[in-house]
Ligand binder design. Structure first.
Ligand code: ADP
Ligand code: GLC
Length: 488
């Protein structure tokens, strides 16, 4: 099967969160299962071209892609996903993509991704490469199914091409004023009240995709159920209930070459489920670079995250004084909203021997924290899938999570009382999103940590579990086939 994947992030080229990890790894798994996959990504100036050499695709040539009636010159560069034959095409339009960040709040944010989506379609036309499926991801590609059928509907080349839209986070919808729809050259009827693209008088890219893609997926089974409710659906629940038969939850996999404690290129000491010695050495190595002294019997709790309200750090804020009384140490990596940056900076300042905080984005440090921490905290209010809890499980770093979305599907709460019988569980989870429930879960984890054989068991239960892409990639292929059947 020929699969074109369009997305706004792809590791290792451009990353702000988990979408990037998925787009950097799912295509490789699909290719291993026999698909021909081409990935399309904007050519942001943050992409380091010296690290990832790319060249102009001469067969595509120079394109003039129209947004808001103006033609913009677009070149398409190409490279490959590292360690694979998967082609990545970079849509190069400096006017839109040479900015300080991947996402901006500039007035023309809609135009940036409208240009991207149109360019993907036009590049496919020029390549004369007909995908069986165009797999879209999140709002940045939400208009693509409609554009394909409507604006480019004249081109019979795509008649049999199906579209699948994956929801990685329904809270981000690409909701703009009506002008954005005019600039995208959508037909007036789609922008009028009740139209396919209309939302609250404006235009909503994600909503458009939810109505027009042949099939929809999201990144865990629990999240697929949650988004049908007003609590999690961010207004899209009515549409999703209507399209329930076309919505599937497929758990993300992880790139088990990049995230493998036996080979990880960012960590000094490798280790495995059978031999965890290297893990303790990584902990020492990590702490040596911080204000915290290493103590073999004090657990180290790690956090690596975008610091946004989704991630539940308000629960830490509520309980911070209690948590700081516990005999545990904390290493925190993240950036985002001031409120949480200030909270974690304050904690590090007040308790320098307990807490160390790094505000910023740092891939190397993220691997080192996964390798060196004993526990990993993810109190997310909602979490479509979440990758760090899976990396943590793989690295013997026991996750403590709020039981929601993909966290509920991957972390099984350790049952202290069942321990004497059949030992089950690979982490600690709490159901009620409250500071108290979080503290209680942290408390249980610290207690368990001091019982070494039990702790080893919990770690190994996590490390043994297979989170590779193989199973999930098969499920995607199944969805692609269904979408294609629907189209024909
Ligand atoms: P989300 O996509 O909502 O941010 P995920 O858990 O799916 O959450 O994925 C987050 C990804 O981004 C992980 O690979 C994580 O390691 C990475 N990440 C988040 N913040 C940082 C940071 N400050 N530095 C390095 N990596 C980070
Ligand atoms: C989103 C979600 C996260 C998910 C990631 C990849 O950013 O917030 O839970 O793991 O996408 O699908």
């Amino acid at each position: 099967m020929n699969i074109a994947i369009a997305a706004s992030e792809c590791a290792p080229f451009a990353k702000t969160g988990g979408l990037s990890d998925v787009i950097g790894s799912l295509p490789k798994a699909l290719a291993k299962l026999g698909c021909t996959v081409k990935v399309f990504l904007p050519k942001y100036s943050v992409i380091n071209e010296s690290e990832y050499p790319m060249r102009l695709d001469l067969s595509i040539g120079e394109m003039q892609v129209r947004v808001g009636g103006f033609p913009r010159t677009v070149h398409v560069l190409k490279s490959k996903l590292p360690d694979s034959d998967v082609q990545v095409y970079f849509i190069d339009c400096p006017h839109y993509f040479h900015r300080a960040r991947i996402y901006t709040s500039d007035w023309d944010e809609d135009e940036r991704f409208t240009l991207f989506q149109k360019s993907v379609i036009e590049a496919l036309q020029r390549l004369q490469w007909r995908p069986d499926v165009i797999h879209c991801n999140d709002w940045q590609t939400g208009l693509l199914p409609l554009l394909l059928r409507d604006n480019y509907g004249w081109d019979r080349f795509f008649d049999k091409t199906a579209t699948v839209l994956s929801i990685h986070n329904i809270a981000y919808q690409g909701w703009f004023s009506r002008d954005a729809g005019i600039r995208a050259e959508l037909r007036k009827e789609h922008l009028d009240k009740g139209g396919l693209a209309e939302w609250g008088g404006g235009v909503n890219f994600l909503k458009t995709g939810l109505l027009t893609a042949d099939l929809l997926t999201t990144v865990s089974e629990t999240y697929a159920r949650e988004i049908l409710t007003p609590q999690y659906g961010y207004g899209m629940e009515i549409i999703l209930n209507w399209r329930k038969q076309d919505l599937f939850g497929i758990l993300n996999g992880i790139d088990d070459e990049v995230w493998n404690p036996q080979t990880d290129k960012f960590i000094p000491f490798h280790f495995s489920a059978e031999n965890l010695e290297g893990k303790e050495k990584n902990k020492q190595f990590l702490l040596d670079q911080t204000t915290i002294n290493y103590h073999p019997n004090v657990p180290l709790i790690g956090i690596i995250s975008r610091l946004v309200s989704q991630k539940g750090f308000d629960l830490i804020e509520q309980e911070v004084h209690w948590l700081m009384q516990k005999n545990a140490q904390w290493v925190i990596l993240g950036s985002g909203e001031d409120r949480f940056e200030n909270l974690f900076t304050w904690m590090a300042h007040e308790f320098p021997h307990k807490v160390w905080t790094y505000i910023g984005f740092n891939t190397e440090l993220s691997h080192l924290i996964e390798a060196g921490a004993d526990m990993f905290l993810m109190p997310s209010h909602y979490e479509p899938c979440g990758l760090n809890q899976m990396y943590s499980l793989r690295y013997g770093t026991v996750p403590i999570v709020h039981k929601t979305g993909g966290l509920a599907d991957t972390v099984q709460d350790w049952d202290e009382y069942a321990y004497k019988g059949e030992p089950i569980g690979n982490g600690f989870s709490f159901e009620e999103p409250s500071g108290f429930a979080l503290s209680h879960a942290v408390h249980r984890a610290i207690e368990a940590y001091h019982n070494k054989p039990l702790w080893r068991r919990i770690q190994q239960n996590g490390m043994m579990k297979d989170f590779s892409w193989t199973n999930s990639a098969r499920k995607y292929i199944h969805i692609y086939k269904r979408a294609k059947a629907k189209r024909s």
